[in-house]
Design a protein around this ligand. Structure first.
Ligand SMILES: [Mg+2]
Length: 186
Protein backbone atom coordinates (compact mmCIF):
# COMPACT_ATOMS: atom_id res chain seq x y z
CA UNK A 1 0.00 0.00 0.00
CA UNK A 2 1.00 3.59 -0.44
CA UNK A 3 0.60 5.23 2.98
CA UNK A 4 0.51 9.00 3.51
CA UNK A 5 1.75 10.10 6.93
CA UNK A 6 1.27 13.51 8.54
CA UNK A 7 3.86 14.63 11.09
CA UNK A 8 2.52 17.21 13.56
CA UNK A 9 0.32 15.65 16.23
CA UNK A 10 0.32 12.38 14.29
CA UNK A 11 3.91 11.10 14.41
CA UNK A 12 5.10 13.61 16.97
CA UNK A 13 3.77 15.65 19.86
CA UNK A 14 3.61 19.10 18.27
CA UNK A 15 1.24 20.52 20.89
CA UNK A 16 3.75 20.34 23.77
CA UNK A 17 6.52 21.86 21.73
CA UNK A 18 4.34 24.68 20.38
CA UNK A 19 2.99 25.47 23.86
CA UNK A 20 6.50 25.60 25.29
CA UNK A 21 7.59 28.29 22.83
CA UNK A 22 4.25 30.10 22.64
CA UNK A 23 4.19 30.33 26.46
CA UNK A 24 7.72 31.69 26.43
CA UNK A 25 6.82 34.40 23.90
CA UNK A 26 3.52 35.38 25.52
CA UNK A 27 4.33 34.95 29.21
CA UNK A 28 1.21 32.76 29.48
CA UNK A 29 1.24 29.18 30.70
CA UNK A 30 -1.16 26.94 28.80
CA UNK A 31 -0.88 23.17 29.08
CA UNK A 32 -1.94 20.43 26.61
CA UNK A 33 -5.18 20.04 28.64
CA UNK A 34 -6.17 23.57 27.55
CA UNK A 35 -6.00 22.68 23.84
CA UNK A 36 -9.35 21.90 22.24
CA UNK A 37 -8.93 23.74 18.93
CA UNK A 38 -6.85 22.59 15.95
CA UNK A 39 -5.74 26.22 15.58
CA UNK A 40 -4.59 26.49 19.16
CA UNK A 41 -2.68 29.76 18.66
CA UNK A 42 -6.15 31.25 19.20
CA UNK A 43 -5.73 30.43 22.91
CA UNK A 44 -3.18 33.25 23.00
CA UNK A 45 -5.55 35.75 21.44
CA UNK A 46 -3.29 36.07 18.38
CA UNK A 47 -4.52 36.68 14.88
CA UNK A 48 -2.95 34.81 11.98
CA UNK A 49 -0.39 37.56 11.30
CA UNK A 50 0.90 37.40 14.87
CA UNK A 51 0.97 33.60 14.74
CA UNK A 52 3.02 33.71 11.51
CA UNK A 53 5.50 36.11 13.07
CA UNK A 54 6.03 33.87 16.12
CA UNK A 55 6.07 30.71 14.01
CA UNK A 56 8.71 32.05 11.62
CA UNK A 57 10.88 33.08 14.54
CA UNK A 58 10.52 29.88 16.59
CA UNK A 59 9.41 27.27 14.05
CA UNK A 60 12.85 25.72 13.72
CA UNK A 61 13.12 25.20 17.49
CA UNK A 62 9.51 24.07 17.80
CA UNK A 63 10.02 21.37 15.17
CA UNK A 64 13.46 20.27 16.30
CA UNK A 65 12.32 19.88 19.94
CA UNK A 66 9.20 17.81 19.27
CA UNK A 67 9.17 14.22 20.52
CA UNK A 68 7.81 11.23 18.61
CA UNK A 69 4.72 9.57 20.08
CA UNK A 70 5.23 6.17 21.71
CA UNK A 71 5.76 3.36 19.16
CA UNK A 72 5.49 5.75 16.18
CA UNK A 73 9.11 5.20 15.13
CA UNK A 74 8.96 1.42 15.55
CA UNK A 75 5.67 1.05 13.66
CA UNK A 76 6.89 3.28 10.81
CA UNK A 77 10.12 1.29 10.59
CA UNK A 78 8.10 -1.89 10.25
CA UNK A 79 5.68 -0.40 7.69
CA UNK A 80 8.60 0.93 5.61
CA UNK A 81 9.68 -2.64 4.86
CA UNK A 82 6.52 -3.68 3.06
CA UNK A 83 4.79 -0.42 2.10
CA UNK A 84 5.46 2.84 0.30
CA UNK A 85 5.69 5.63 2.89
CA UNK A 86 5.09 9.27 1.92
CA UNK A 87 5.43 11.95 4.58
CA UNK A 88 2.83 14.63 3.80
CA UNK A 89 3.09 17.74 5.92
CA UNK A 90 1.50 21.18 5.68
CA UNK A 91 4.64 22.73 7.16
CA UNK A 92 6.04 25.48 4.91
CA UNK A 93 9.16 24.79 2.84
CA UNK A 94 10.99 27.20 5.13
CA UNK A 95 11.16 24.32 7.62
CA UNK A 96 12.11 21.61 5.13
CA UNK A 97 15.68 21.15 6.40
CA UNK A 98 14.80 20.90 10.10
CA UNK A 99 12.02 18.46 9.22
CA UNK A 100 14.34 16.20 7.23
CA UNK A 101 17.04 16.41 9.93
CA UNK A 102 14.49 15.55 12.63
CA UNK A 103 13.26 12.50 10.70
CA UNK A 104 16.82 11.28 10.23
CA UNK A 105 17.72 11.97 13.86
CA UNK A 106 14.73 9.92 15.01
CA UNK A 107 15.38 7.02 12.64
CA UNK A 108 12.24 7.50 10.54
CA UNK A 109 12.65 6.31 6.96
CA UNK A 110 10.32 7.16 4.09
CA UNK A 111 10.19 7.01 0.31
CA UNK A 112 8.87 10.52 -0.40
CA UNK A 113 8.19 13.74 1.42
CA UNK A 114 5.82 16.54 0.39
CA UNK A 115 5.29 19.97 1.90
CA UNK A 116 1.79 21.09 0.97
CA UNK A 117 -1.43 22.36 2.45
CA UNK A 118 -3.32 20.72 -0.40
CA UNK A 119 -2.93 17.21 0.92
CA UNK A 120 -5.92 15.89 -1.00
CA UNK A 121 -4.47 16.80 -4.40
CA UNK A 122 -1.05 15.49 -3.38
CA UNK A 123 -2.57 12.18 -2.31
CA UNK A 124 -4.67 11.84 -5.46
CA UNK A 125 -1.65 12.64 -7.68
CA UNK A 126 0.59 10.17 -5.90
CA UNK A 127 -2.16 7.52 -5.60
CA UNK A 128 -2.09 7.19 -1.85
CA UNK A 129 -4.29 4.41 -0.43
CA UNK A 130 -4.69 5.81 3.08
CA UNK A 131 -3.70 8.95 4.99
CA UNK A 132 -2.74 8.97 8.67
CA UNK A 133 -3.50 12.46 10.04
CA UNK A 134 -4.99 14.29 13.02
CA UNK A 135 -6.69 17.22 11.25
CA UNK A 136 -10.49 17.13 11.23
CA UNK A 137 -10.74 19.07 7.94
CA UNK A 138 -8.49 16.61 6.04
CA UNK A 139 -10.44 13.65 7.42
CA UNK A 140 -13.72 15.06 6.08
CA UNK A 141 -12.20 16.09 2.75
CA UNK A 142 -10.63 12.67 2.14
CA UNK A 143 -13.69 10.69 3.21
CA UNK A 144 -15.74 12.73 0.71
CA UNK A 145 -13.41 11.46 -2.03
CA UNK A 146 -13.57 7.88 -0.74
CA UNK A 147 -9.99 7.83 0.49
CA UNK A 148 -9.69 6.24 3.92
CA UNK A 149 -8.09 8.16 6.78
CA UNK A 150 -6.67 6.85 10.02
CA UNK A 151 -7.43 9.74 12.34
CA UNK A 152 -4.89 10.08 15.12
CA UNK A 153 -6.93 11.08 18.15
CA UNK A 154 -6.51 14.59 19.47
CA UNK A 155 -8.88 16.64 21.66
CA UNK A 156 -9.99 18.74 18.66
CA UNK A 157 -11.04 15.81 16.44
CA UNK A 158 -13.21 13.78 18.79
CA UNK A 159 -16.42 14.85 17.02
CA UNK A 160 -15.33 13.48 13.63
CA UNK A 161 -17.34 10.31 13.20
CA UNK A 162 -17.76 9.37 9.56
CA UNK A 163 -17.38 6.35 7.27
CA UNK A 164 -13.84 5.67 6.03
CA UNK A 165 -12.36 7.50 9.02
CA UNK A 166 -10.74 5.04 11.42
CA UNK A 167 -9.80 6.42 14.81
CA UNK A 168 -6.53 5.48 16.49
CA UNK A 169 -5.43 6.68 19.91
CA UNK A 170 -1.89 5.30 19.59
CA UNK A 171 0.47 3.82 16.99
CA UNK A 172 -0.34 0.20 17.80
CA UNK A 173 -3.92 0.97 16.79
CA UNK A 174 -2.66 2.70 13.64
CA UNK A 175 -0.76 -0.47 12.80
CA UNK A 176 -3.85 -2.63 13.34
CA UNK A 177 -5.92 -0.40 11.02
CA UNK A 178 -3.23 -0.65 8.33
CA UNK A 179 -3.28 -4.44 8.54
CA UNK A 180 -7.10 -4.46 8.33
CA UNK A 181 -7.09 -2.09 5.35
CA UNK A 182 -4.45 -4.16 3.59
CA UNK A 183 -6.99 -6.90 3.17
CA UNK A 184 -9.66 -4.64 1.72
CA UNK A 185 -7.61 -2.25 -0.48
CA UNK A 186 -5.70 -2.83 -3.69
MG1 LIG B 1 -1.10 17.20 11.90
Amino acid sequence: MHIGVDLDNTVLDATSSYLHFYNKVSGLSFTPEDVNDFYFYRLYGWDNTERERVYHRYGHDIHWNSSPFPSAVEVLQELFISHQISIITARPLLFRDVTIDWLKHNGIRYHNIAFTENKLQECIDSEISVLIDDAPHYAKEFADKNIPVILFEQPYNTSVNIDLVYRASNWLEVNRHIHDLEGSLR
